[in-house]
Design a protein around this ligand. Structure first.
Ligand SMILES: CC(C)(COP(=O)(O)OP(=O)(O)OC[C@H]1O[C@@H](n2cnc3c(N)ncnc32)[C@H](O)[C@@H]1OP(=O)(O)O)[C@@H](O)C(=O)NCCC(=O)NCCS
Length: 222
């Protein structure tokens, strides 16, 4: 088991008194990954990031199982996007104590993207960096501060889900303000006058899902 541990985690093992053995939760989960995935996990010396990577891969494998597929290793490309098996599209996200993955058949979707955030994480001082003036005006038009916070989380996760959905297809970086989010209940519409990927937008839709203290948005591209 020792070779599956990151430098930070292995200090726990090195410091155990003679004759005492130990195990930590992320090394248990790591044993369910392929050797190549464990190698990727070991590149993260931050224990939380490593745990997120491992849990994301386990969620991805659960998705593969739900599609009737074996637990094929999911490595990553140079940009960090997960590499799904042929015939499958999918996406992974993590935030605080939650990890999610989504996947679908590539015969049904060109790609999917998911993002999860702790709903209260996106503080109002960050909004001007992320949202366009029209989006800020939309937020300001709601009188309840907690509802504004909720809408901001939906809009932010929508932007990141869209980014993850489009990137494996286009390899394009998109600035946060390039694509505007329109919310109708749980349904999300994406609009852009300027983005290089605006031609995709008629085929992209989003769905926002409240998930306890978290907000999840899934973007799908047909
Ligand atoms: C790449 C990015 C979207 C990741 O989001 P995040 O909230 O920081 O982190 P998350 O936990 O939600 O997602 C991380 C996962 O995204 C996936 N991912 C990383 N880069 C990716 C990419 N280029 N394309 C698709 N998926 C990617 C990976 O699976 C990663 O998890 P893993 O390393 O454990 O496999 C984000 O860091 C980023 O760069 N955003 C700026 C661009 C943007 O969102 N613009 C908005 C346009 S409207």
């Amino acid at each position: 088991m020792r070779e599956t541990l990151s430098r930070d985690d292995s200090s726990f093992f090195r410091m155990l008194p003679h004759g005492v053995v130990g195990a930590d939760n992320s090394s248990i989960y790591c044993t369910h990954l392929s050797a190549e995935e464990q190698k990727l996990a070991n590149c993260y010396h931050n224990p939380l990031r490593r745990r997120h990577f491992i849990l994301g891969r386990l969620c991805a494998k659960l998705c593969l199982a739900k599609l009737g597929l074996p637990p094929i290793p999911i490595l990553k490309d140079d940009a960090g996007a997960p590499i799904w098996p042929d015939g499958v599209v999918g996406s992974i996200s993590h935030s605080h104590s939650c990890c999610v993955a989504v996947a679908a058949s590539s015969s049904q979707y060109t790609n999917v993207g998911v993002d999860i955030e702790y709903t209260k994480a996106l503080q109002p001082d960050l909004w001007p960096i992320i949202f366009s003036s029209a989006e800020l005006a939309f937020l300001a038009s709601h009188s309840s501060a907690s509802w504004r916070q909720n809408l901001a989380a939906r809009m932010f996760t929508a932007k990141e889900a869209f980014y993850k959905c489009q990137f494996p297809i286009t390899q394009c970086w998109i600035d946060f303000k390039e694509v505007e989010i329109h919310i109708n209940g749980c349904d999300i519409r994406f609009e852009s006058a300027t983005s290089a990927v605006r031609h995709l937008l008629p085929n992209v839709s989003g769905r926002c899902i409240p998930f306890g203290d978290y907000t999840i948005t899934i973007a799908t591209l047909i």
